[in-house]
Ligand binder design. Structure first.
Ligand code: NAD
Length: 505
């Protein structure tokens, strides 16, 4: 710990907790490039203490009535709503995204709290009366115990909120391991849970890096792991947690395509490509990174996108009127710039080069301007790799079939969009395309909270997507009860032992 910067600590038993480790990591303000805070990095034994606290809380919380749980959720919803600007300020200060975008992410997270407020309905089971003489069968869903969420830097509130409202509503205790790069919003969320009346220990925050993650993946007291992050870590988390006998859902990276058919409204498509490509500096798992222009509209579309890029304001995300802020770290900015260099060297046409951008008064900030490549081919690293920055690549193809083949041959399968005026093509597309979230004339098709969020192929390891009914299933276990309550006045309780297999005849 240093006296120079405030330190973000863990949250255990309903209060801040410094932990036993002395390891810390710097937290930057990406717009200024300065270290704003430090965050504690938990040790394996810190994680053990948090899991022990959560396990005790989980045993009690599952007994709390659905009515009471719902009251706590409604109170939390109200408090998050009251503090959404405070949360957005923390997000902008540590992530760098513009304030309105940060407010938007809190709003999308709140939609999952809204969904979870309906938990009494979501947990209703089935009942079959009289499946045999005096025998009824019914199904119930019960919490799994302690579950952990390991989340990425790019949505410090929304992604955790895909997980914990549903997990907690279902009667589990939840441990959040947020990104160490923007850890502060999770602490305000913890405080709001406490003020909402959530019993201590039901929601904990443990900050850390690989050591903390590994401790959660191996801990026998953790029953389930929800992960969102890059594909290599998602695969590692999935394999390690599954090997340790846990249920696991691990959402990975993406390379989202937007196909534009010749009959599309090209102004609308260009607006969508710019919004979805450069919003949040391209640091969204649903960002569009590949525009697939179907002949003969390539020149026209590239020109319209270029014109719009010229109108964007790139500055500190906290300043009103900013369209795009910095990226998360200096290393990430340099990595993105490296991809731009590689694209140029590979022969793609660099239409707009964002590398030279300087933001006045923010010269030390981690800025890189919007970048546009045309005539990109599938062997180039700017096509094959997830860049996760403000770089849009245009691939030209001859037909709808070529466009869909391109998407389906890509190893990821998070989101994909089609822009067209042809309803028949749109129907065919949603049937044929290999991805989890499909937009028809919608560039970023993030599902509403009562549907489930998740991709296919290398964008998902595990079987269940997040929130919606799949979230409820992930955070609960099914149980079926077969009950016999004989009425001796109507039929004898038993006519003697019967070693045959019960057939309910
Ligand atoms: P990341 O994979 O580096 O980190 C995610 C989490 O894993 C963090 O909490 C981090 O501390 C932890 N982690 C990092 N390295 C680890 C290691 N070696 N062992 C164990 N844990 C480790 O991802 P990021 O850079 O924070 O976020 C960006 C990535 O997340 C992008 O690839 C993006 O596509 C992806 N993402 C996916 C979705 C989705 O829904 N599929 C949503 C948001 C972000």
């Amino acid at each position: 710990m240093s006296a120079e910067h405030p330190t973000v600590v863990h949250w255990m038993d309903g209060k801040e907790w410094a932990g036993t480790s002395t390891r810390t990591s710097p937290v930057f303000n990406p717009a200024t490039g300065q270290v704003a805070r430090e965050v504690m990095l938990a040790s394996t034994s810190d994680v053990d203490l948090v899991v022990t606290s959560a396990a005790a809380a989980a045993a009690e919380w599952r007994r709390v009535s659905l009515t009471r749980r719902t009251q706590v959720l409604f109170a939390f919803r109200e408090l998050v709503s009251q503090h959404k600007e405070d949360l957005a300020c923390l997000i902008t200060a540590e992530h760098g995204k513009v304030f309105s975008d940060a407010l938007g992410e809190v709003g999308r997270g709140l939609e999952v709290v809204d969904f979870a407020c309906g938990v009494p309905h979501l947990l209703k089971g089935g009942f079959s009366e009289g499946v045999s003489t005096d025998v009824d069968v019914y199904s119930i869903r019960q919490p799994v115990g302690v579950v952990a969420g390991i989340t990425p830097f790019n949505f410090p509130t929304m992604v955790p909120m895909w997980m914990f409202p549903v997990a907690i509503a279902c009667g589990n205790a939840f441990i959040l391991k947020p990104s160490e790069r923007d850890p502060s919003a999770s602490m305000l969320l913890a405080e709001l849970w406490q003020r909402a009346g959530l019993p201590d220990g039901v929601f904990s925050v443990v900050h850390g890096d690989k050591e903390a993650v590994d401790a959660l993946l191996h801990h026998p007291g953790v029953a389930g792991i929800s992960f969102v992050g890059s594909t290599p870590i998602a695969r590692y988390v999935y394999e390690t947690a599954a090997q340790a006998g846990k249920r696991v859902q691990a959402l990975g990276g993406a390379k989202n395509h937007m196909i534009v058919l010749p009959d599309a409204d090209l102004d609308g498509a260009a607006d969508a490509a710019v919004s979805a490509g450069y919003g949040s500096a391209g640091e969204r798992c649903m960002a569009i990174s590949v525009v697939v222009a179907v002949d003969p509209i390539g020149d026209d579309l590239v020109q319209r996108i270029t014109e719009r890029i010229g109108g964007l304001t790139i500055a500190d995300g906290a300043e009103p009127g900013t369209d795009m802020g910095p990226v998360i770290t200096a290393q990430h900015r340099d990595r993105i710039a490296g991809y731009v260099g590689a694209g140029e060297a590979a022969g793609a046409t660099l239409v707009v080069d964002g590398r030279a951008l300087r933001v006045e008064g923010r010269e030390e900030g981690f800025f890189i301007g919007p970048t546009l490549f045309d005539h990109v081919t599938t062997d180039m690293t700017i096509y094959t790799d997830e860049i996760f920055g403000p770089v849009l690549t245009v691939v030209r193809v001859a037909s709808y079939d070529d466009a869909v083949r391109l998407v389906n041959e890509n190893p990821y399968g998070n989101g994909v969009a089609l822009f067209t005026a042809d309803g028949g093509a749109a129907r065919r597309f949603q049937f044929e395309v290999e991805a989890g979230m499909i937009g028809i004339n919608v560039p970023i098709p993030v599902p509403m909270a009562y549907y489930s969020f998740g991709g296919w192929n290398q964008s998902l390891f595990g079987d269940t997507h997040m929130h919606g009914t799949e979230g409820v299933h992930f955070y609960t276990r099914g149980k079926v009860v077969t009950a016999r309550w004989p009425n001796p006045q109507v039929a004898p309780v038993t006519s003697g032992p019967d070693l045959g297999f019960p057939t309910h005849q």
